[in-house]
Every structure is written in structure tokens, then in C-alpha cells.
Design a protein around this ligand. Structure first.
Ligand SMILES: [Zn+2]
Ligand SMILES: [Zn+2]
Length: 664
């Protein structure tokens, strides 16, 4: 009897709300009541429920299909006509659709929410999330406050929306507060919320907290793992990334790709190739991003032997460069960096679809190899004959071409038109190109003026370009200004100190050299050791460091070099002693110069390759003046083509001349 009475009471109560409460809520409520043992028949009002459920599902699918505000308003009219305007479920869906289409939260979506009398946490969350997505974090937070005032307990989606918003604006302290609230109110952390927390801490640069959340999560999914692995990669901590990756129980393509691209981003190409190989061995098929990562690793290694393998992998995985613009563009970049700009041009021409990245890679590739005219022609073709809009990277390529060819006036014109005609804002990187262009041409004061009038705060690259130019033109006064700024912006980058040292040395100012050396010592900075390498026919890499005593062929290499020096001397070669930035005796300087790593690599290549073969040498640091002259003359006496890549650009030495025209 008691059971019966309760049942009829509930049903009349429910009927009173039947037009106001959404069907999902009704059935939810019924389920709760069944659980409480208060009714035993869930179908107390089966027809109404059924009809309302049908209407609701039709309305939500209509909302899913909406592509504009006008359509939404039509569906909204149906919502009202069919009596669903008090349904939290439908109105939540409506607000989420409005958010998806970028309709501002004020006034429409918010007003719709306020008109609902009994709001549930999902409805509140839709509005909170809407504000958060639209970048209005303070209003999202204030909505959260209103919701709490109404006594509504947030759900995990509420927190994930707020945490995500804190992450995207980098507000760590607010993020922490919501982190604490999550635990206080829900007592546990779902995988989804946990992942958002990791994301928050990663975006705020707090890797330790991100790791702590990860370690304390009761349950994790592959997203939790890869999020953290990728974050370690971005933070430059590949050891932690690798440690985490090895513990990941099931390694999917996303996780493998995070490792491959992580190593590429951190300039560890050999490791990237290793992981790619392991991925293949484990039976996971590479996707486009992983293949592009592999190609970038080959580009960093600069070895054409790997280049062939990269093309093979791209084709085998079904990503032909002609049909896949990402792969095509990556291959153009790779061939350019491997010293084979001809092959880069072939790939470019074979591509059916080209975008701004393909053009930019090609322009930059031509520029790096000193083919300035072709780079500029391609740029003009792109802006006149295609609908592709140039971007920052395109202009970096174009200005690099002008810089390496000494085309000052053209570079100036292009720099001016960049903003006026193409709407590309000058960035620090573009200013760097401009300073480089003027600096190389010896217009150091003008370059300094450009920096002073910059519309953005100059970064290390800009001052670095000026300092580099001072080295070429032996100007210690401007060098000191550049160095002063550089040492403030990048106090621990040893390359800057070495550059200043070189400027003093080239001007014969040994006191200056000593003062910089003292500074390096005080700061405890370690010099990056020079290394050059060549890849033999079997794909084996041979590395040469100064002195090269470890190489099995070192005796033969010494012999070859001595012989070569004699032949070059006949052509007028004199060691350029100012290339040694120490106050040493002339004889000491001579013996230091002859051991420069690229010379050792050259001798090795002369000994081990056939006469008709191009010699390709890679170096991690900038080539010195003496080595440049040495290579140029060596290409004449040996009749060999020598392609040399240092950390700045390519030099093609052929018959006693260099593609850079000795302008570098
Ligand atoms: Zn050298
Ligand atoms: Zn050169």
C-alpha cells in the first residue's frame, strides 16, 4: 500500500513538471527513485517520456547540423514551441552549439541559460566553458562563483573547462586553485580531468607539477602518457621523455611520433632515426607526421645516404611527395640541407599541390645555396602567378637570398613591401634577416639604426646577426654594443662570447680577447667542441674532432694534408693566422689551423672516394676564413667539387671559386 501511494504521488508530481523538465531528467529522476526503492515501475508515464525523448533527440540532431546563427534560432523556436525551453539537456546542447559557432556568450547564450529555472551543473558548465573558449576567463570564473552560490556541485567537465582556460592564458595560480577544488569536491581525479591538469601545468611551464599529477593519477590513458612525453620533448628533456616512453605499456603511433619529433626538435637526429626504426620493427605503421619527422631528422644529419631511405619510407607508407604536400615540403627542405638542391627542385616540380610551405622551403633552399636569382624569381612567380599568400617564412627565404648575394637595395624594397603589400608584420626573425643583409654588406651603422627603430623587442638573433657582421668587417666598436645586449639576453650562450673574441682577434686586440676569455671562465661556460662529419658510401658516418688522434687513418690524413698544403702554397695559399683567436706564436697558429675538423674531413674524403664523386662535409660550427680559402683552392688543385655545410649556410666550392662569392 505504502509503495502504491508513493508511486501515484510521484507521478502526479512529475506530471506537473512534465512540460518543464527534460525527458532525460525525468528518466534519470525515475531511475534514482527506483534505486531508492520508492517506485517499482519505471514506465509510470511511458507515453509522455517516449514522445519527449523523440522530440529531444530530433532537436539535438538538428542542433548538431547547424552551421549558422540563423539556423540555430530556427531550432530554438522549435525548442520553445515544443516546451523544451526549461530542459537543461536541450538548452545545454543549444549553448554548446552556439559556442561551437563562435557566437559571443553575451548576450544570447547567457540569457537562454538564465531563463531556465532549475539549472543543473551541465547547463552551468556549458556557459562557463563558452566564456573560457572565447578567452574570457574572468567571466568564466565569475559564472563558476554564481553556480556555487546556487548550491550546485560542479562536475568533472566544469573543472576541465576551467583548467583548460587557465592553461591557455598561463594562469598557474588560478589553475592551482581549481586543482585544489577538484580534489575537495570530487575527491578523485578522472582520467579526463587529470589529462587537463597535466596540460595546464605543461602550458604554465611547471613540468614537475605535471609529472606529480601524472604519477598520482589512479588511472591513465595513452593521452596522459603522450601529453607528458611530448611536453618533455618541448622542454628539451629527452631523457625524461625516453624514460616515460619505455614504461608506456602499449605504444601507439601518437606516442612513437612524439618521440621521433621530440628528438628532431632537440636536434638529435640520430636518436630520431633510431626510434623510427624501432617503431617500424614493432609493427606500428608510420603516419604522415612520423614520416615528416624522419625526413627532418635526415635533413639535420645532412646525409644524402639517409635521404634515399627517407624517400623510400615515404613511398612505402603511401605518402608520395607528389600527392602529399607536407611530405613534399619536408623533402625539399631535406634535399636542400643535404646539399642536393637539384633534387629539391625535382621534388618541387613533381608536386601536384603546392602550398606556402612548399614555396617557402624551395625559396630558402635556393637561397642557402647561393642561388639568389632563382630564389627571387620563384618568389615573384609565387606572388604574381598563384593565389598563395607569402608568410613570414617566405620572406625569411627571400631576404636570406638577398643577404647572401649582397642585393641590398632589392632586400630593402622587399622588406618595405612585405608589410605594405602583403600584410606580413615584421617579426624578430625578419629583422634578423634585414640586419644580416645590411651587416654583410658592411653597412654596420645602418644595421644598428634598423635595430634601434624596431617595432618589436629585439631577440638574441638580431644582435647575433650584427655581431656576426662585425666579425666579417672587423669592427670591434659596433661589436661591443651588440655583445652588451647579447650577454644580457643570452648570458649563457657561449657562441656569443666566442664571436666577440673572434672580432677582437681579427682586429689584433689581444687585451679584448683576454677579457672575454676571463668572462667565459668566470661564468663557467663550456665551449661547444667543433665537429665535422662525412658519410661514406655505406651510410657510415665518420666524425672528426680537432686533432683527430682517434681515427684509424689519422697518419694518412696528416700526410695528405701536408701534401695538399704544399700544392696550395704554389697557388699562393698563406694560412690566415687571424682565424686563430688566441695570442699564440705563428707556428702554433699554423698547427692549430691545419687540424681544423673540416680539413681533416676533406683529407679523409680525398683518400676514400673516387675522383668523380662530390665531397660533402658537414660542420656544427661556423667555418673560419682560413678553411674557406683552403677549400676554395683545394677544389682547384684536386679538380673536385666540395660542398660544405656549416651552421650558417652551404658553400659549393668548384674550380677555385665558392658559390657564396666569398661573401658570407
Ligand atoms: Zn677553420
Ligand atoms: Zn663560401
Amino acid at each position: 500500500m505504502a509503495r502504491h501511494g508513493a508511486s501515484s504521488g510521484i507521478s502526479s508530481h512529475s506530471r506537473r513538471f512534465s512540460t518543464a523538465v527534460n525527458p532525460i531528467n525525468i528518466s534519470l529522476r525515475s531511475k534514482q527513485l527506483i534505486q531508492l526503492g520508492r517506485i517499482n515501475n519505471p514506465d509510470t508515464f511511458p507515453e509522455i517520456t517516449h514522445q519527449k525523448e523523440l522530440q529531444a533527440s530530433s532537436l539535438t540532431s538538428k542542433l548538431d547540423d547547424c552551421t549558422g546563427l540563423h539556423q540555430i534560432k530556427q531550432v530554438h523556436a522549435h525548442v520553445i514551441r515544443q516546451g523544451h525551453d526549461q530542459s537543461c539537456y536541450i538548452i545545454t546542447k543549444l549553448i554548446r552549439t552556439l559556442t561551437r559557432l563562435g557566437v559571443p556568450m553575451d548576450p544570447y547564450p547567457r540569457r537562454v541559460m538564465e531563463l531556465v529555472q532549475f539549472r543543473n551543473p551541465f547547463l552551468w558548465t556549458a556557459v562557463i566553458r563558452g566564456y573560457a573558449v572565447q578567452g574570457n576567463l574572468s567571466e568564466a570564473v565569475s559564472m563558476y562563483g554564481c553556480m556555487r552560490k546556487e548550491g550546485i556541485t560542479p562536475v568533472s567537465f566544469t573543472f576541465s573547462a576551467l583548467l583548460k582556460a587557465c592553461g591557455s592564458v598561463g594562469d598557474l595560480s588560478l589553475g592551482r586553485q581549481f586543482h585544489a577544488q577538484t580534489f575537495r569536491l570530487s575527491g578523485f581525479c578522472s582520467v579526463y580531468v587529470g589529462n587537463t591538469m597535466i596540460d595546464l601545468y605543461v602550458k604554465c611551464g611547471s613540468m614537475e607539477c605535471a609529472r606529480k599529477v601524472f604519477d598520482e593519477m589512479p588511472e591513465r590513458d595513452v593521452i596522459s602518457w603522450t601529453e607528458l612525453i611530448a611536453a618533455y620533448g618541448k622542454a628539451g628533456d629527452m631523457d625524461s621523455a625516453a624514460e616515460l616512453f619505455e614504461n608506456l605499456p602499449k605504444k601507439d603511433i601518437v606516442a612513437w611520433t612524439a618521440m621521433v619529433t621530440g628528438f628532431v626538435q632537440n636536434a638529435k637526429p640520430q636518436e630520431a632515426l633510431e626510434y623510427f626504426h624501432r617503431m617500424e620493427m614493432s609493427g606500428v605503421l608510420p603516419d604522415e607526421v612520423a614520416v615528416a619527422g624522419f625526413i627532418s631528422a635526415c635533413a639535420q644529419l645532412g646525409a644524402s645516404k639517409y635521404a634515399d631511405r627517407a624517400v623510400e619510407i615515404a613511398l612505402k607508407s603511401g605518402y608520395s611527395p607528389s600527392g602529399h604536400v607536407v611530405i613534399g615540403s619536408a623533402l625539399i627542405d631535406m634535399y636542400s640541407k643535404c646539399g642536393d638542391v637539384e633534387e629539391a627542385v625535382n621534388v618541387f616540380e613533381s608536386m601536384n599541390n603546392k602550398n606556402v610551405f612548399s614555396y617557402s622551403s624551395m625559396i630558402l633552399g635556393l637561397a642557402m645555396h647561393g642561388r639568389a636569382r632563382e630564389a627571387l624569381d620563384l618568389f615573384h612567380y609565387m606572388v604574381k602567378q598563384t593565389t598563395i599568400k607569402p608568410n613570414t617564412v617566405t620572406f625569411v627565404g627571400v631576404l636570406t637570398a638577398c643577404s647572401h648575394a649582397g642585393l641590398v637595395d632589392q632586400g630593402r624594397q622587399i622588406f618595405a613591401s612585405m608589410h605594405q603589400t602583403f600584410g606580413v608584420e615584421p617579426t624578430c626573425d625578419l629583422y634578423t634577416c634585414m640586419v644580416d643583409l645590411l651587416g654583410r654588406a658592411g653597412r654596420l651603422q645602418e644595421a644598428l639604426e634598423v635595430i634601434k627603430t624596431m617595432s618589436v623587442e629585439p631577440h638574441g638573433g638580431v644582435w647575433g646577426a650584427l655581431l656576426g657582421a662585425c666579425r666579417i668587417h672587423k669592427d670591434p666598436d659596433v661589436a661591443e654594443i651588440a655583445a652588451k645586449h647579447l650577454f644580457e639576453i643570452e648570458p649563457d650562450v657561449i657562441g656569443n662570447y666566442i664571436l666577440l673574441c673572434n672580432v677582437y682577434a681579427s682586429a689584433g686586440d689581444w687585451e679584448g680577447v683576454l677579457s672575454v676569455r676571463k668572462l667565459i671562465k668566470e661564468k663557467g661556460l663550456k665551449k661547444t667542441p667543433a665537429v665535422s662529419w662525412v658519410v661514406d658510401e655505406n651510410g657510415q658516418t665518420h666524425k672528426f674532432s680537432p686533432g683527430n688522434m682517434n681515427h684509424p687513418m689519422s697518419d694518412k690524413i696528416q700526410e695528405t694534408l701536408e701534401e695538399l698544403v704544399q700544392r696550395l702554397t704554389v697557388l699562393g695559399y698563406e694560412p690566415d693566422l687571424s682565424s686563430v683567436p688566441y695570442n699564440a706564436s705563428d707556428d702554433e697558429k699554423r698547427s692549430i689551423l691545419i687540424c681544423h675538423t673540416e680539413k681533416l674531413a676533406l683529407a679523409f674524403s680525398l683518400l676514400t672516394t673516387s675522383r668523380d664523386c662530390e665531397i660533402k662535409i658537414m660542420k656544427n660550427l661556423r667555418m673560419c676564413q682560413d678553411c674557406h680559402t683552403f677549400m676554395r683552392l683545394a677544389s682547384e688543385v684536386t679538380g673536385r667539387v666540395i660542398i660544405m655545410r656549416d651552421n650558417m649556410r652551404f658553400h659549393h666550392f668548384r674550380s677555385g671559386a665558392c658559390s657564396c662569392g666569398d661573401f658570407w
